[in-house]
Write a protein that binds this ligand. Structure first.
Ligand code: PMP
Length: 357
């Protein structure tokens, strides 16, 4: 509808096209491989803490500084608490970082194929941006990020492609851009990639963002965190405290700490997901799919003979959900999250059935 036909107040609304999250159906027996959740439960230590959580404490506001979880993360990664910022999932951390650091006139840069929340935040906060095309192998073209800009963000490994860039490659980009903030979104780094975290000591313009949603099986608790130079973290906190002091709820803080303490379970679960991913790569190849090599908990696959959209629809008929993006360059790809071996076997059987029809 044209704006002039709208009411006075409606013309003043901040109109946005929101991000579309993957569907969250929850039917018994269905297979959900569409939102990169972990197929394994969180640590049993988390379950114990949840069951013994003191009910009466819910009367009280949580610690606005999220102290215990910030300290646990700082200890785990060998940092000071001043280097860590915790938020309500990495979406909250990233949105706060966009608002805090991308405040110049020049466009911020991110890839054309990437996490589709970035352009939503850029538009919401009216940040100018430019999307740089990935090359034909879905790799980032370094030179594109060596021009003047207002900031840089990309995931490593990238989503939805799963492609990992080596730390040296990313360091070249950070080094060449020390007048702006560079955010590396490491939502999937625990599944076999090398983190850029050690670089925060060398570069005060680097913010590394991670999450409990994937490798720690805690998407439902909404815990994300950023690590960087003390100054960056303190600017993030200034913006956070200018919107909402009590972002993290009490159970999430307590359960997040328990998850960090159980490192052997964390590492074991990651290895299970990686083993299934590598096995799934072989199976998908046998079925005729091709895909960029994935270092994440999903595979971004295409088939020369079967259109992705049709496969997506037919899998859905069989109660198997994968993710399909009807977007330029990737409309013939399916993003398949790594489930358990049994779930993946059912997916491969279903694909075989569909292809034999
Ligand atoms: N970054 C990337 C690249 C993602 O794929 C996701 C998951 N949708 C997120 C950040 C946000 O995850 P969360 O808010 O659950 O931490």
């Amino acid at each position: 509808m044209c704006d002039t036909r709208k009411n006075g107040w409606e013309r003043k609304v901040r109109k946005v096209i929101p991000y579309t999250p993957g569907e969250q159906p929850n039917r018994p027996g269905m297979i959900k491989l569409n939102t990169n959740e972990n197929p394994y439960p969180p640590s049993m230590a988390v379950k114990k803490a949840l069951e013994s959580f003191p009910f009466d404490q819910l009367r009280l506001y949580p610690d606005p500084a999220v102290g215990s979880l910030t300290n646990a993360l700082a200890d785990y990664y060998g940092l000071k608490k001043e280097n860590v910022f915790v938020g309500v999932g990495s979406d909250d951390v990233l949105a706060t970082a966009f608002l805090t650091f991308f405040n110049g006139e020049k466009p911020i840069l991110f890839p054309d194929i990437t996490y589709s929340f970035y352009d939503v935040w850029a538009k919401l906060y009216r940040i100018p941006y430019e999307q740089k095309p990935l090359d034909e192998n879905f790799s980032i073209v370094k030179e594109d990020y060596l021009q003047e800009n207002g900031g840089i963000i990309f995931p490593n490994p990238n989503a939805p492609t799963g492609v990992l860039q080596p730390v040296g490659f990313i360091e070249d980009i950070i080094k060449a851009n020390q007048d702006v903030v560079v955010i590396i979104d490491e939502a999937y780094i625990d599944f076999g990639g090398e983190s850029c975290l050690p670089l925060i000591e060398k570069y005060d313009n680097l913010l590394v963002v991670q999450t409990f949603s994937k490798s720690r099986s805690m998407a439902g608790l909404r815990i994300g965190f950023a690590m960087g130079n003390e100054k960056l973290i303190s600017y993030l906190n200034d913006v956070k405290y200018s919107i909402n002091s009590y972002t993290m709820n009490q159970p999430s803080i307590v359960l997040g700490v328990e998850s960090i303490k159980d490192d052997s379970y964390f590492k074991e679960t990651i290895q299970k997901v990686i083993r299934t991913r590598e096995r799934s790569k072989k199976k998908l190849k046998e079925l005729g799919f091709s895909f960029p090599d994935s270092y994440s908990n999903f595979i971004f696959a295409t088939h020369a003979s079967y259109p992705a959209k049709e496969l997506f629809e037919e899998l859905k008929q069989k109660d198997i959900y994968v993710r399909y993006f009807n977007k330029e360059r990737i409309s013939n790809y399916l993003r398949i999250s790594i489930g358990t071996d049994e779930e993946m076997d059912r997916l491969f059987e279903a694909l075989k059935d569909i292809m034999e029809q």
